[in-house]
Design a protein around this ligand. Structure first.
Ligand SMILES: C[S@@+](CC[C@H](N)C(=O)[O-])C[C@H]1O[C@@H](n2cnc3c(N)ncnc32)[C@H](O)[C@@H]1O
Length: 313
């Protein structure tokens, strides 16, 4: 399931900083754990549904920037199963604007799921891009997509940015892959930071735990030797999920085996939380200008359409 590079990255992360990076949870069959979460949130009214409603209500405004464009490359970063892009794709269909769907993800399975679904529902071309957003800019994958009268629209939906250990690095990697005419629509859940502890049950739910435990269970952890602990880190403004070892645990990654000690804590996931102000500041500090910002009526979700800042000389 892991490439050799990913194996080394996982070993280094566990031994060096006590972390199993969440991005590995989406590899292989792990992709289906995410699909189960997204489907439940879409049905029961979680952030996926809130984002979809907000995106549907503002798609016309977002697409106004592309008037006169013959064809659009919709570049769906961290695509999941592709569902979050539907409001945009449906509107493009309605307006008879041709588009190409370009899912970008670390997980081959996710890419395949998104590609299959979108090809079936929209009968369009799809060029999937397998890459790790942590590992540098990817202009080589995007630049070539632009042909005459073709434009790029990038999407980074589902509050995914908040899961990364270094959000600035990911934003820089995206920014350095965009030209000054490309736009990025980024979706983020907004949180009342004073009441953030109330979010903890979202992360203890079984369906979320299945995703979080996927890699630990593959490398030697189980319910009898460890337990998951969820807490709110008020200094970093983020939810953290950690694995607490109930006894010494033998861990095996690839051909390497080692032991972790009782009571050690291993970070499995983080979810940074924002207010409108801290989110806008993060984007602006990373070098983006905001073209359009829209927030749901309950102030719980924000979509921001941004572009690399470029000053004329
Ligand atoms: C929380 S899911 C969100 C999926 C989708 N955008 C949605 O809103 O339903 C995160 C997605 O980002 C992908 N992902 C996570 N870390 C990544 C990384 N470092 N590089 C590329 N893709 C990554 C996962 O495979 C998954 O598809």
């Amino acid at each position: 399931m892991f490439t050799k590079k990913q194996e080394f990255e996982l070993l280094t992360a566990i031994k060096g900083r006590g972390e199993i990076p969440l991005k590995f949870a989406y590899l292989g069959e792990g992709a289906y754990n995410w699909v189960a979460i997204a489907q439940e949130r879409a049905k029961k009214g979680g952030i996926n549904l809130i984002e979809r409603k907000l995106l549907s209500s503002r798609t016309e405004d977002f697409l106004r920037k592309y008037e006169g464009v013959g064809q659009l490359n919709v570049i769906d970063i961290g695509c999941g199963d592709g569902t979050p892009a539907y409001p945009i794709l449906e509107k493009l269909n309605e307006k008879k604007i041709k588009f190409n769907y370009v899912p970008v993800d670390i997980s081959e399975e996710m890419l395949n799921l998104a590609e299959k679904k979108i090809k079936k529902d929209f009968n369009v071309n799809s060029d999937k891009v397998l890459l790790d957003l942590d590992s540098g800019q990817f202009s080589d994958k995007i630049y070539g997509l632009r042909k005459e009268s073709t434009a790029n629209l990038l999407l980074f939906l589902g509050s995914t940015l908040g899961n990364f250990s270094d959000m600035n690095r990911v934003l820089s990697n995206i920014l350095e892959s965009m030209s000054s005419e490309d736009y990025l629509i980024i979706g983020m859940e907004m949180t009342n930071l004073v009441k953030a502890e109330q979010l903890i049950p979202h992360y203890t739910a079984e369906i979320v735990q299945n995703l979080l435990k996927f890699i630990p269970n593959k490398i030697g952890f189980n319910d009898s030797n460890s337990e998951n602990v969820v807490n709110w880190n008020a200094n970093e403004n983020r939810i953290e999920v950690k694995l607490k070892l109930k006894k010494d645990v033998g861990v095996k990654v690839g051909s390497e085996s080692f032991t972790l000690k009782k009571n050690e804590l291993i970070l499995l996931g983080r979810s940074a939380k924002f207010t409108e102000w801290t989110f806008t500041k993060l984007l602006s500090d990373a070098g983006f200008r905001t073209e359009l910002l829209t927030t749901s009526e309950d102030r719980g979700y924000t979509l921001s359409m941004i572009q690399p800042t470029r000053y004329s000389v």
